[in-house]
Design a binder for this molecule. Structure first.
Ligand SMILES: [Fe+2]
Length: 437
């Protein structure tokens, strides 16, 4: 929009895309009644082979039956979904003529469900709705049928966002569709479902929570963008704003209190419930602010993996769990971005439990970076890209892979080009954890 002098004016408005959710023990048992109230009579249920055998799916089945909602099950959602699996998911959704959707599982099941509902409702080539420049970036044409999302890991926050990520094998990168229309109609979060998660899954998904909150909290401010020509063009990833700050701060405080406990002790119900609530709050925050560099870089880290196999996850070949692919670059990134907002970086470190006594603005990046490294060491995740099998020979490809994630890079608090990304990846090659202190 131009002002009276013909100059482009800055954004002065932030918007709140509220997530509709119910949180607490027993929430998923209400799935059938909630879908019936949304007018659904024939529902597609998306889950993965592991969750299909566990309590959450049994609860969903009983709930749908009790509400007289007809359903069919698609249990072939895979961790870090690949385009080839999506084809099957879309075919299932299209042929079933469903009027409602339910996802139960981690972010991959929820994202697969979002994409299946989209491409079954508005058929198009896979790349049509994918963010530019990887895809065409076409707008989702209209509303989607109701989708009730039931997360079983405390991490992705996908139940609160309009973003769906998948692995584009032909380009060896992860990419995403982002649209408000993809946001689930309702999220049902039962924190007791996380009690059976392996420690490695809690660690990886917990670091995803941490990064959602940290990146939302340190993203470029919403009022540094140009004002859109119309309200509909205001991006979902609008940058750091007063609403997202509420969720980010509380998610960081909860993660600082509960993350290590929840990872190391499956019987610590208070910690696992606390981390679930942190995941939900961080999901709300990044659904309104957007993430930036660690997530942009994670897409290349996950996409270019050669032979790393993740303990605690089903072994379908080399794979870096999303949360690990994100956190591995985070210390390097926050050391670099701290100069754009030292007070925020220091506050984030303090919320996460770091000792910031006597620290000045110039110390902020090092304190936050080192505290994240300690958390990585205490929760036993790989300490740097080297531990995932990457070497200096991979730096160019990693930087190239991250440089195409324009939506995320544009949300960073500083300008980055491919050369800068290479430097950030170089800084992420090795960390030393506690031994540095
Ligand atoms: Fe994430």
């Amino acid at each position: 929009m131009s002002c009276a002098h013909g100059l482009v004016s800055n954004e002065s408005i932030f918007s709140i895309d509220a997530s509709s959710l119910a949180f607490g023990p027993g929430a998923v048992a209400e799935a059938g009644a909630q879908l019936a109230a949304l007018g659904a009579r024939r529902v597609a249920v998306f889950t993965d082979p592991r969750v299909a055998k566990l309590e959450p799916l049994a609860v969903v089945r009983a709930s749908l039956a009790a509400a007289n909602v007809d359903f069919e099950l698609f249990e072939d959602c895979h961790v870090e979904p690949k385009d080839v699996y999506l084809t099957d998911a879309v075919a299932f959704a299209r042929e079933g003529r469903f009027d409602g959707y339910l996802s139960v599982g981690g972010g991959s099941a929820i994202d697969t469900c979002k994409l299946a509902a989209l491409y079954a409702t508005y058929p198009a080539d896979l790349l049509a709705y994918v963010n530019a420049p990887v895809g065409e970036g076409r707008a989702v044409p209209g509303p989607l049928p109701p989708h009730v999302a039931c997360p079983t890991t405390s991490g992705t926050g996908s139940e609160c966002t309009g973003i769906a990520v998948f692995d584009l094998r032909e380009r060896n990168i992860k990419t995403a569709v982002a649209s408000r229309r993809l946001r689930p109609t309702l999220a049902l979060v039962d924190p007791t479902f996380t009690k059976t998660l392996p420690s490695e899954v809690v660690a990886a998904s917990g670091f995803d929570v941490l990064c959602h909150a940290l990146e939302s909290f340190t993203a470029r401010r919403f009022d540094t963008r140009a004002r859109p020509a119309s309200p509909g063009l205001r991006p979902m990833s609008q940058g750091q704003n007063p609403w997202s700050d509420l969720g980010s701060r509380e998610a960081l405080r909860l993660a600082g209190t509960f993350f290590v406990r929840a990872t190391l002790d499956a019987s610590d119900a208070e910690a696992r419930a606390g981390l679930s609530w942190a995941a939900t709050l961080a999901g709300i925050a990044f659904g309104n602010a957007g993430v930036h560099l660690p997530h942009a870089m994670s897409y290349a880290v996950a996409g270019l993996v050669r032979d790393y196999r993740a303990p605690g996850y089903p072994d379908h070949g080399p794979m870096v769990p999303h949360g690990v692919s994100v956190i591995v670059s985070a210390p390097s990134v926050f050391r670099a971005t701290s100069a754009t907002g030292p007070a925020r970086h220091l506050e984030a470190a303090a919320l996460l439990g770091a000792d910031v006594h006597g620290a000045g603005p110039e110390d902020a990046g090092e304190i936050l970076g080192r505290h994240i490294e300690r958390l990585m060491q205490r929760t036993r995740v790989p300490l740097g890209l080297g531990a995932l099998g990457y070497t200096g020979a991979d730096l160019d490809a990693l930087a190239r892979g991250a440089a195409v994630q324009r939506r995320l890079l544009d949300n960073a608090p500083m300008a980055v080009d491919e050369a800068r990304l290479r430097e950030l990846f170089t800084g992420a090659m090795r960390y030393e954890g506690e031994s540095r202190s």
